[in-house]
Structures are given as structure tokens and as C-alpha cells.
Write a protein that binds this ligand. Structure first.
Ligand code: ZN
Length: 340
């Protein structure tokens, strides 16, 4: 017992001294030990971390985002990507512009009061340029286009939440933080962050494999990971499956039963969850990203597979029983519409 106490004290002191800073002057990253009983502090490079560079223009501490990016990458296996993540704040909502101007990866023209200044934008573009400098898989024109697009989004105070697979192993994430996203205990901010970070860790996005179910599988897996991760940081892990059911059935009743936009990520959650509950997909393959290795998502989601057809016909048949959502595949489409 004495020995244990001594060990605890020693580890307390070592954590204290280690937490003061890393040899390179950076802040150590805090994580929870494998058995969940103590915190582990690690300096960059000392652990098997993925290459994330985060440009954080918000008031949040850098560690708020780096902790979560490290958490996400620690869950994934065999990741290959180098990632640049740009997070910037927005002021109050101004307007939605309907025009055919240059668009950036589906950036919606939802403008807000701009609260970052010209020098921050200039500095950001320099950092992006530096990140791109040694990425030979992108040509000069591609790099220029990207820089112009980033400048355009930042200068206009546009909303964004996107991941661009610039190359097979080079990814760019850009997301805005609106005043609304700071509400709700930052839950929505975290959800978007984990969703986009997961995309940046999906290996297969630039491979030559493609299939008719790509959109919903890719989007729903990112959303599945996001819901799971938010529940962990929100200390309500038991609720993420209920959250998945909730969003799936809400979007089914609002937007229909086809696995397509609008709401494709949320609808797809229902289909992925049904595949798991039928025993046809191990949940860990979503959470560790291996569903996006070696074109598995195409091979395992073929339209001529009766199981995939079953998912498409039944993913939305969700009922609330004693306050808890569950699948009930004996429901009809009309039942789903009436219930929600
Ligand atoms: Zn997405």
C-alpha cells in the first residue's frame, strides 16, 4: 500500500513537472490512460500521432482542438494523411447570398460579420502556403486556387464546414465557428469538428474506387464517429445510439426515405446502425476508419447485395418504445410519418 501511495505521489509530481511544457516549448497533450484511471501528458512527436497542423483564429485555446484531433487519430488505424485544419470565428449572421459566383467545395454563401482582420487573413494564407510548399501532389495552379478560395471565404465572412482531399494523403479542413455554435455547451461545434476530422482520416477518399452508395456511407460514417466522440467528451456515452436513432428518424420524416440529400449523413446513420444491429458490420470498423481502407466501403455496399437492399428498405423504421428509440422493421412508411 505504501509503495502504491509512493508511486501515486511520484506520478503526480512527474505529471506536474511534465505538464509545465515540452522540450520544444509546446504544451503537452492531455489524454486519459488506457484503463481510464489517470491522465497522460505527451509532447508532440513522443507518441504515434497523426500529422495535424491547426490554424486556430478563434478565442478557444489551441489545445481545445488539438486534444480532440489527437483523440480522433488515436482511435483510427493505419492513417496516412497529413492534415491542415483552419478554424475561424464569425460574427453575427448577415444574409444568404444567391448567386453563381465562384464557389468553394460547396461553401454556402451565408455571410456573417467578419471579425478577423486583414493581417490575420494574410498570416493565415502564408501558413497555408508554407504547408502546401512541399506537397508535390498538388500543382502550382491547384495551390493558387486553394489560396484564392480560402481568402474569398475568409474575407466574405462565409460559413464553412468542409474537408478537401487535396491528394490521397494530404487533406484540408476548414470550418467556421458562429456565435450560435458556441451555445449548447459547444456540442454542435464539437460535432462538426469531429465530422470533418474523420473525413480527413478516411484513407480511401482519393482512391480509384467508387460505388453508388459512396455519398451516404462516407457521410454517415463521419457523422457516426462525430456522435460517438461528442458523447465521450460530453460524458454521456450511453446516449450516442439514441442520438443516432433520433437524427435518422427525424430526417426520414422530414426529407423522405431515400438515402440522399438533404440529410444524407443523418439518414445514413440509420442504415449504418441497422447494418451493425443485424450483425453485418462491426461498429469498430467505422470508429477505427478501416471501413475506408482498400475500398471496403465499395465492396461491402453493393446494390445487388440483398442485405444492402434490406438496409435501404428498413433503415427508417424506428419507433419510440418506453422513451427509447429502436428498430421495428414491421412498421410501414406511413407509420414512420405518423409517429414523427
Ligand atoms: Zn461530411
Amino acid at each position: 500500500m505504501k509503495k502504491l501511495l509512493l508511486l501515486l505521489i511520484l506520478s503526480f509530481f512527474s505529471i506536474q513537472s511534465f505538464a509545465a511544457g515540452c522540450p520544444d516549448g509546446s504544451e503537452p497533450v492531455k489524454s486519459i490512460s488506457a484503463d481510464g484511471t489517470y491522465f497522460v501528458f505527451e509532447c508532440g512527436g513522443s507518441s504515434n500521432k497523426i500529422d495535424f497542423q491547426i490554424i486556430n483564429l478563434t478565442d478557444f485555446e489551441d489545445s481545445y482542438f488539438t486534444d480532440k484531433a489527437d483523440y480522433a487519430s488515436s482511435k483510427m488505424i493505419n492513417t496516412i494523411t497529413k492534415n491542415l485544419v483552419l478554424i475561424y470565428p464569425l460574427g453575427d449572421f448577415l444574409s444568404v447570398t444567391q448567386n453563381d459566383e465562384m464557389d468553394f467545395l460547396g461553401s454556402v454563401h451565408v455571410s456573417h460579420e467578419r471579425i478577423i482582420d486583414d493581417s490575420q487573413i494574410k498570416q493565415t494564407l502564408q501558413t497555408v502556403k508554407k504547408f502546401l510548399a512541399n506537397k508535390s501532389c498538388i500543382d502550382a495552379r491547384g495551390k493558387n486556387d486553394l489560396l484564392n478560395n480560402i481568402e474569398w471565404v475568409l474575407k466574405n465572412g462565409f460559413y464553412s464546414g468542409l474537408q478537401a482531399p487535396l491528394c490521397r494523403d494530404v487533406r484540408f479542413v476548414m470550418m467556421s465557428v458562429s456565435p450560435e455554435q458556441r451555445k449548447d455547451n459547444n456540442k454542435e461545434l464539437l460535432r462538426v469538428f469531429f465530422h470533418e476530422i474523420y473525413h480527413s482520416l478516411q484513407n480511401d477518399l482519393r482512391n480509384n474506387c467508387s460505388g453508388p452508395n459512396d455519398l451516404w456511407v462516407i457521410e454517415a460514417a463521419a457523422e457516426y464517429f462525430a456522435k460517438h466522440s461528442v458523447s465521450i467528451f460530453d460524458n454521456s456515452q450511453q446516449d450516442y445510439v439514441q442520438s443516432i436513432f433520433h437524427w435518422a428518424v427525424q430526417n426520414a420524416s422530414r426529407h423522405g426515405f431515400k438515402l440522399e440529400d438533404p440529410g444524407v449523413a443523418e439518414k445514413g446513420l440509420g442504415a449504418l446502425r441497422l447494418k451493425i444491429e443485424e450483425g453485418w458490420l462491426d461498429e469498430s470498423r467505422i470508429l477505427n476508419g478501416s471501413l475506408f481502407h482498400n475500398c471496403a466501403r465499395v465492396k461491402e455496399f453493393q446494390d445487388n447485395d440483398p442485405k444492402i437492399q434490406y438496409l435501404k428498405d428498413n433503415w427508417f423504421k424506428i419507433e419510440k418504445h418506453n422513451g427509447t428509440y429502436r428498430f421495428n422493421t414491421s412498421m410501414t412508411e406511413a407509420d414512420v410519418k405518423i409517429n414523427f
